[in-house]
Design a protein. Structure first.
Length: 60
């Protein structure tokens, strides 16, 4: 789950990895916080998004 605006671990860099992992899904975090998306104290909306996606994964 790379950050949508992450310039360090770019979204495009994850695509080849995901394509080689069975049942993997690339889910970018829709955040303006780049590499800090979902980090503590940056944006509660990011944390809610990540928590929701993790709960979906665990239910599947």
């Amino acid at each position: 789950m790379p950050g949508q605006a992450d310039l360090y671990s770019r979204l495009e860099d994850s695509e080849p990895e995901v394509s080689n992992v069975p049942n993997a899904k690339l889910v970018p975090v829709p955040s303006i916080w780049g590499h800090f998306a979902g980090g503590p104290g940056t944006n509660p909306g990011d944390v809610r998004f990540i928590d929701a996606k993790l709960k979906e994964l665990l239910r599947a």
